[in-house]
Write a protein that binds this ligand. Structure first.
Ligand SMILES: [Zn+2]
Ligand SMILES: [Zn+2]
Ligand SMILES: [Zn+2]
Length: 493
């Protein structure tokens, strides 16, 4: 049965204006020039030309290992299962709180039986979380920067019998700051700023990050009492659905929220300019097009058309599979629409638009990775001269035993990086994504892998370039192209 979205029918011509492929080249060029200018980045440029459309080119010579670009994400989110391992700023994704809080929080969740890793076959935490939090507050304990646990699984303590747990009081005193670990002051983390909307789900490294997130995305997606969502209850359902199915929907919600909030800002600016008396409540399509620009330069295909066919789906079942994916997107969209609908931006809630936004993430989705300061901390202790180390380990050894190999879990998520996503693939790339020691937030870092000359195209590999020719071509088919790089041309015959 064909899915029919009423908004698609009602706004057919406006939607096709928004999705017109491709946007005029001068607007695409203007967008990237402004983006590079706003970041004071003059050593690369984006050119809209050549066989593959957009590409990134060096504007200077680069030595091997030299930094090419630190790209700020347009949209990003931490995987929900990663949230119990790492407490990070919801805007810039740097670790926050303190080493003690990071460790205490991790041990607390371990203790109450929440594990981020799947496979223990237990129920979701949603039913248990309320009970537990209830008993917690009656005990007068702090609830540690909690999250929605819907995507996390619980295991009985028996399955983790090999872990030597720490006494509850120690875990509590790590979380509330009473217990200071030796040398932890060398690993200073910014203190936690909670979301001013009251959701107890978003935390920040600073007021600036909190305000930037609120005005760019979160005011519409916050589940707290100051949220501007039209239904917080449905918003919670939307988030739960995304956590249970595909967290790419959370990125899509951010993109829609971002566009609505940008549209409102553009409209307010225009109204104040003109001091107009006849304020219109209808959609201004030209403003919406402008608000939509960051996505208009990136989208290509609908999600259900570009998502790679999983290996366990026979090609004869492809049509049914794609219909199922479309159906899933529609379910998600209906929840999002009921949660944050905006009449003037109604067309953003059409299945066509939603499909294109998710498709853009599917084809360009990049990993968000931030190294853990907790790992650095334990390595530092391990590196101390023997007498100092012995003294420190009296405190840290039992903690390490309780954490086991989970002491080094990094922050993980997905993000869309507007400049990195313009870089074309090569199986013999001249650049790579590589986080250096100083790169401790959600930004993407691209460095030169070999010397790059001014004017050269900058390429990265989307896949493991050490695979065989056939394996590479198969992997790249998921990105929708056949690679004709120099390595592939050599190996083809
Ligand atoms: Zn931050
Ligand atoms: Zn919030
Ligand atoms: Zn190739």
């Amino acid at each position: 049965m064909e899915i029919s979205c009423p908004i698609d029918e009602q706004y057919a011509s406006e939607i096709s204006a928004l999705l017109k492929p491709p946007p005029p080249p001068h607007l695409v060029q203007e967008y990237y020039d402004q983006l590079l200018e706003s970041r004071q980045c003059h050593s690369i440029r984006v050119k809209q030309e050549g066989e593959f459309g957009k590409g990134v080119y060096a504007n200077a010579d680069f030595k091997e290992g030299e930094l090419l670009l630190r790209d700020e994400m347009l949209f990003g989110c931490q995987h929900s299962s990663n949230k119990i391992d790492c407490l990070v700023c919801s805007f810039c994704f740097c670790f926050i709180g303190s080493i003690e809080l990071q460790i205490g929080r991790r041990l607390y969740f371990q203790d109450v039986g929440v594990h981020p890793h799947h496979g223990c076959g237990a129920e979701t935490f949603s039913g248990i979380s309320n009970n537990h939090q209830g008993s917690d507050s009656s005990n007068g304990e702090d609830i540690p920067y909690g999250e929605s646990y819907d995507n996390m699984e619980t295991c009985g303590p028996s399955s983790k019998a090999e872990i030597i747990p720490l006494p509850k009081e120690i875990v509590q005193s790590l979380m509330n700051g009473e217990l200071k670990l030796p040398c932890s002051e060398k690993f200073y983390l910014p203190s936690v700023v909670p979301c001013s909307g009251g959701c107890k789900e978003a935390y920040y490294c600073s007021k600036q990050c909190a305000e930037a997130d609120w005005s760019s995305f979160h005011s519409l997606l916050c589940t707290g009492e100051r949220s501007e969502a039209s239904s917080r209850e449905v918003l919670v359902q939307f988030i739960k659905h995304a956590n249970e199915t595909n967290d790419i929907f959370l990125l899509a919600a951010k993109a829609i929220s971002f566009t609505i909030l940008r549209y409102r800002k553009l409209k307010a600016a225009r109204l104040s300019q003109r001091a107009s008396l006849n304020i219109s409540n209808s959609c201004d399509l030209s403003l919406l097009m402008e608000a939509w620009r960051p996505i208009s330069v990136g989208h290509k295909k609908r999600w259900w058309e570009c998502v790679a066919l999983p290996e366990d789906v026979a090609s004869s079942d492809e049509a049914a599979f794609r219909m199922q994916i479309k159906d899933l997107a529609f379910t998600s969209l209906q929840l999002l629409r009921a949660a944050i609908f905006d009449r003037e931006c109604a067309l953003l809630f059409s299945l066509e638009i939603y499909g294109h936004i998710i498709g853009m993430f599917e084809l360009n989705n990049l990993d968000l990775v931030v190294a853990s300061p907790v790992e650095d901390y334990f390595l530092y202790i391990d590196d101390r001269p023997s007498s100092e180390k012995e003294e420190a380990e009296k405190v840290t050894r039992p903690i390490l035993d309780a954490l086991r190999d989970e002491y080094a879990v990094i922050c993980e998520g997905s993000a869309f990086f507007p400049l990195q996503s313009c870089m074309n693939h090569s199986c013999r790339p001249n650049a790579k994504a590589f986080k250096r020691d100083e790169d401790r937030d959600g930004r993407a870092t691209i460095i030169a892998q070999i010397p790059i000359r001014c004017g050269d195209e900058v390429t990265i590999s989307y896949i493991d370039e050490d695979l065989t020719f056939e394996e590479r071509q198969a992997a790249l088919a998921d990105y929708g192209f056949i690679c004709r790089c120099s390595k592939c041309q050599e190996e083809e015959t």
